[in-house]
Design a protein. Structure first.
Length: 537
């Protein structure tokens, strides 16, 4: 039954699904029509044509100058868009590094059949997305491509579109992870609406989110396995002509790297344990859930930094004289030691802030960490620049479409469409069902505003105030649960909205129509699980 559902949805989407940019244009016209209807139906002291002019002006201004209620430009949305692009590009640059590529190649060699490969790609992509959404979607894409490529090389039949959809499941689970934009924005509250900051212990580190994330990590790969077509003649294999190979350059020095890797692992582990003990001893901060999570993530970061740094030092020391560059600019552009000093400068400052309790977990901390990790992992400035260029190319479609979705956000905000939808659904809710209703409303709004930051602007205040009104004895955690329901709904319909699939499509060479049928089926299954989780956990 599951396999037939995937087959039917894939056939339908291949026939009727427009390209992502065309979809953004279609959605703009749809929301224009709905907003005009809403505006004309509202009435008011002003003439109808004046209200229509205000609506058109709002669309125009929101394309590049989204407004606050006061009329001032909301630079935080533009800043958020830049943060999201940076998260994607820095995540790509890290995933494109040789150590990560070698790990991807080793993992890609494990599956011996296509259904198992789809399950494995989904699991790895989801795990990476819980750390960093940009890393998740890029690793998911690279792993899907590498698994299909190795399958073709070794004579193992692989169904490439489902592998691509499995890689895209990173965007189904990401909002419960460390880079979840809605729970991170909620930590600042909404001062203009007198809404206090909401602690991460009530959202990201709540029992609801932890249990539901674990459940999704188990269920999503299983769904991918069950969705796989049984007939071999329906398999679509990997075709190298889809896009050029984008493996990292300078892939030599294998023997030296293997030897250096063996030597550096033990030293890195010892250094990590010692540094973690010193950080804990030197910190005066109490150990709460957030602090423990930060220290654990930092221990992994320390190990990776020490391991790669030691390997870089060993390979730089053994570098043949013939490989050394004659001019200073070339020497600096290809210098491992120069990169090492820069990376340690950035990551060393981060360690000091963590030790003194000054590190504030958020988008900027993630971008800072992944920027300097990427520089370190790419080994030389020249390689890092090349990786960023490739990452920016995969991000170009998102950069193009962001203004159009900001315009849709303006139409929904000025006309009151999103507010009307949220209020209508909330009016039929109880304290028990409110998170589920919020989940559905967020899923609908995400189709038109596929951005966690934009969705927080449209729905955040309404959802929190609704939860506060419904809070009764036994439902004191309703605000935190509702914030997470908003986040889950935003991620849920990503499986139907291909906006964030653009980087994956660029890397794999797949078309949106080839993967959305499978991701839509995954959306249905995961939606049922999320509803159960919101009601039970």
């Amino acid at each position: 039954m599951i396999e037939r559902l995937g087959k039917s949805l894939t056939r339908w989407f291949e026939r009727y699904m427009p390209d992502p940019f065309v979809l953004a244009i279609v959605l703009t016209f749809v929301v224009f029509a709905a907003a005009l209807t809403q505006t004309l139906a509202q009435g008011g002291p002003t003439a109808w044509y004046e209200r229509v002019i205000v609506l058109f002006s709002a669309w125009k201004s929101y394309l590049f100058e989204p407004k606050l209620a006061t009329g001032r430009v909301d630079f935080s949305l533009l800043y958020f868009a830049f943060q999201m692009c940076l998260m994607l590009v820095t995540g790509y640059a890290l995933a494109d590094a040789r150590p990560v590529h070698r790990m991807i190649e080793r993992v890609a060699a494990f599956p011996k059949d296509s259904p198992t490969a789809a399950a494995m790609v989904a699991f790895v992509a989801c795990c990476a997305a819980l750390l960093h959404w940009g890393l998740g979607v890029v690793i998911g894409a690279l792993l899907a491509k590498e698994v299909a490529r190795q399958g073709r090389k070794n004579g193992i039949a692989m169904h490439y579109p489902l592998l691509g959809a499995a890689g895209y499941t990173a965007l189904l689970i990401w909002h419960g992870g460390l880079s979840g934009s809605i729970p991170l924005k909620a930590t600042k509250g909404i001062p203009a609406a007198s809404i206090a900051p909401i602690l991460k212990s009530d959202t990201l580190f709540s029992s609801l989110n932890i249990l539901l994330s674990v459940l999704m990590l188990a269920a999503i790969p299983l769904f991918c396995y069950l969705l796989h077509p049984k007939e071999r003649d329906r398999y679509v294999p990997y075709d190298p002509a889809r896009n050029p190979e984008d493996t990292p350059s300078d892939a030599d020095e294998t023997a030296t790297i293997v030897d250096a890797t063996t030597r550096s692992r033990g030293l890195a582990l010892i250094g990590t344990l010692l540094a973690t003990w010193i950080l804990r001893r030197g910190s005066s901060s109490a150990l709460d859930g957030t602090r423990i999570g930060l220290l654990a993530a930092n221990a992994i970061l320390l190990y990776l930094v020490l391991h790669v740094s030691l390997r870089l030092l060993i390979t730089a020391w053994r570098r043949p004289q013939a490989e050394r560059h004659s001019t200073l600019p070339k020497a600096l552009a290809n210098s491992r030691l120069f990169t090492l000093v820069l990376a340690w400068l950035g990551l060393g400052i981060l360690q000091i802030e963590i030790a003194t309790g000054k590190a504030v977990f958020g988008f900027n901390l993630l971008n800072f960490s992944f920027l300097f990790l990427g520089i370190l992992f790419q080994e030389t400035p020249r390689r890092y620049v090349g990786a960023v260029v490739r990452g920016t190319a995969s991000c170009s479609g998102i950069i193009l479409q962001f203004p159009f979705y900001f315009g849709i956000l303006g139409l929904m905000r000025v006309s009151g469409l999103a507010e009307s939808l949220t209020h209508a659904l909330a009016s039929i809710s109880t304290a028990t069902t409110y998170p589920v209703v919020t989940f559905f409303s967020a899923g609908i709004v995400n189709l038109f505003v596929p951005s966690g930051g934009g969705q927080w602007v449209v729905q955040g205040e309404i959802v929190i105030k609704g939860a506060q009104k419904l809070m009764v004895s036994g439902h004191t955690d309703l605000v935190g649960r509702s914030v997470m329901a908003l986040a889950y709904g935003d991620a849920w319909t990503n499986m139907l909205q291909p906006f964030w699939a653009i980087p994956l499509l660029a890397i794999t060479g797949l078309r949106a129509q080839e993967i959305i049928g499978y991701s839509a089926a995954l959306m249905l299954f995961s939606g049922a699980l999320t509803i159960i989780g919101l009601l039970v956990f």
